[in-house]
Design a protein around this ligand. Structure first.
Ligand SMILES: [Zn+2]
Length: 73
């Protein structure tokens, strides 16, 4: 019985990790929330259409794509 418990506990059974999607402002270098959230486990398979956001750091509109995005808690 103990053996089963041990082998099971090695597998991490955390729930989905929800992350915020941020992009780096090209003008200030600061991370800017896109307002999107994503389950981290699905991130590699998720496709984002190129999107725009109004940047709170520099006031400009930035277009961003998945390659620009950074995940954060
Ligand atoms: Zn900006």
């Amino acid at each position: 019985m103990t053996k089963f418990v041990l082998s099971r506990s090695q597998k991490k059974t955390t729930g989905p990790v929800i992350k915020r999607v941020l992009v780096r402002c090209p003008a200030t270098g600061k991370l800017t929330p896109t307002g999107q959230i994503i389950n981290e486990a699905l991130w590699p398979k998720t496709k984002f259409n190129p999107a725009r956001l109004t940047c709170p750091h520099c006031g400009e509109k930035h277009s961003w794509k998945k390659a620009d995005a950074v995940l954060a808690r």
